[in-house]
Design a protein around this ligand. Sequence first.
Ligand SMILES: NC(=O)c1ccc[n+]([C@@H]2O[C@H](COP(=O)([O-])OP(=O)(O)OC[C@H]3O[C@@H](n4cnc5c(N)ncnc54)[C@H](OP(=O)(O)O)[C@@H]3O)[C@@H](O)[C@H]2O)c1
Length: 273
Amino acid sequence: MDSILLVGAGRMGGAMLRGWISAMGSGYHFVALDPHAGPSLADIGNEPVPGSRFTYVAQIKDLPPNLHPKVVVLATKPQQVNQAITDLGDCIVSDTVVVSVAAGVSTQSISGAAFTDAAIVRVMPNIGALVGSAVSAGFALPETLPHQKALVEELFASVGQMIWLDREEDMHLATAVSGSGPAYYFAFCEAMIAAAETEGLPSDIARALAIGTVTSAGQLLTRKPDPTHLRETVTSPNGTTAAGLGALLSNGELKRLSHDAVRAAAMRSRELS
Ligand SMILES: NC(=O)c1ccc[n+]([C@@H]2O[C@H](COP(=O)([O-])OP(=O)(O)OC[C@H]3O[C@@H](n4cnc5c(N)ncnc54)[C@H](OP(=O)(O)O)[C@@H]3O)[C@@H](O)[C@H]2O)c1
């Protein structure tokens, strides 16, 4: 049975693992290595879907003997990635694909830490993996074989959509837009709740209306992925929406703030690399 090793089963790793098991479990042995994630993974069980296996270990010494995973997914904090690869030692063999989801850690740095010439892939998922709707951007070094790329794509497509990038440099912008992006929309939702409260709506109603609105806007975008068309469709000339949008967009502040956010996050990603 082919195995897939997840190193770091925290927020991101845990979300991906659950998605992988439920979407592509049969035929795979999933192994999670993390010093503290045992309790949060306890419900997964040894055979989570028929024909699959799941093993959790807290320490490298407890990994199944002679484990040579098809894929190793590194989901530790960026600063811990290289040490985690070094510690895995000969568990990574030449036909292993090493996938890092860590922000800012370059393929050059990852291949420097690995002992073998394993294929290296970077993927920037987002926390939408928790609900099976992540959007992930990936970059594979040219030596990655088509079947290895296909397996990585299968993993990340099982928790949402997967988009390949041609240039590693673009991983910084993918990190800034989609990796960090959910938090921007949460912050916007918070600001709408605060505005409604300040204008006099009871808190629970302000929350229900703002959260319901962002959720339905997201679903409409899924059905028709054209935000300009949707905005125009719901804006009658001289109506209430036009008045609100006038205030939101008139002085270019929203565009400027969005640009500042993307630039700051991309800069931080570059600093981490
Ligand atoms: N969260 C997101 O929305 C998001 C989105 C895109 C990408 N990412 C990337 O995903 C990675 C993980 O982020 P996160 O938010 O999931 O962090 P997290 O919740 O802190 O999870 C990281 C986990 O890795 C464990 N760990 C550390 N060193 C390890 C080692 N050598 N072997 C095995 N496990 C080890 C940590 O244990 P300890 O706590 O004991 O150190 C922790 O449980 C980051 O690199 C981040 O850039 C995150």
